[in-house]
Structures are given as C-alpha cells and as structure tokens.
Design a protein around this ligand. Structure first.
Ligand code: HEC
Length: 111
C-alpha cells in the first residue's frame, strides 16, 4: 500500500497543530475524535514503518485499548527504563489524550 507521503504530510500537520489542539482540548473537556485522529497521525509516521517490518519500531497491532493506555501511561511516568523516544513524547500528552489515542489504536483499521 503506498502510504508514506500521505502519512508524512499528516504527521507534519499534526505537529504544526498540536499546540492549538492542546488548547482547544483543555477547554472542551477532552479531545474530539477529529483531534485524536490528528494526534494519531504523528504516531503512524513511526509505527506503520514498524508494522511493515522495515524498522525496529514496534508495531501497534494486537493491543487492547487497556494495554495501550497502560503502556503509554508507563512511558509518561518514566517507568520504562529502556525506552528512547516514547517517554519524551508522552510527556506532551494529558491523560484524556492518552485515553483517546489508546481507543484509536485499539481499532484494527487505525494501525
Ligand atoms: C519517532 C518515532 C515514534 C513516534 C512518533 C511514536 N513512537 Fe511509539 N514507539 C517508538 C519506539 C522507538 C518505541 C519503543 C520504545 C522506545 O524506545 O521509546 C515505541 C513504543 C510504543 C509503544 C509500546 C509498544 C510495545 O510493543 O510495547 C506504544 C503503545 C507506542 N509506541 C505508541 C505510540 C503512540 C500512541 C504515538 C503517538 C502519540 C507514538 N507511539 C509515536 C517510536 C515512536
């Protein structure tokens, strides 16, 4: 499936918009589905490459929502000593956004 250019451009716009999204999510009491889909664009840039077996980045396939939430929360809390990028990334997300991302990537079509 020829996806890279599409996801790279989505990831770039996700990074550009994340400050605005954080502000709107805070005032609306949590991220909307649309907001989560934009946040998730930054994740698939790395993790779809993992799913394709072309990098050592782990695939997000096969995790339940609860497993994803607990892994992301552990990264955020600094409880995964061997981790490299995920602890830094997760410090930029609040618990509602982490819950939204876990829900998103638990859907087979999203990953
Ligand atoms: C720069 C590339 C990169 C980006 C962007 C990225 N990840 Fe990761 N992810 C990694 C790497 C590398 C690991 C392995 C742990 C580590 O070294 O931090 C990982 C591990 C994980 C794991 C644990 C998988 C397992 O097998 O235990 C989850 C869940 C995860 N990432 C979710 C996400 C989500 C959700 C996002 C978007 C907010 C995201 N990642 C963005 C590279 C990335």
């Amino acid at each position: 499936m020829p996806f890279p250019a599409f996801f790279v451009s989505r990831a770039r716009s996700a990074l550009a918009c994340s400050g605005l999204l954080l502000a709107t999510a805070a005032s609306a009491g949590g991220p909307s589905v649309q907001d989560v889909s934009v946040l998730a664009g930054a994740c698939v840039n790395c993790h779809l490459a993992g799913a394709a077996g072309t990098t050592s980045i782990p695939s997000l396939q096969g995790f339940s929502e609860e497993q994803l939430r607990s892994r992301l929360t552990a990264f955020q809390a600094g409880q995964v000593p061997a981790a490299t990028v995920m602890p830094r990334l997760m410090r930029g997300f609040d618990s509602e956004q982490i819950a939204g991302l876990a829900r998103w990537f638990a859907q087979p079509a999203a990953r």
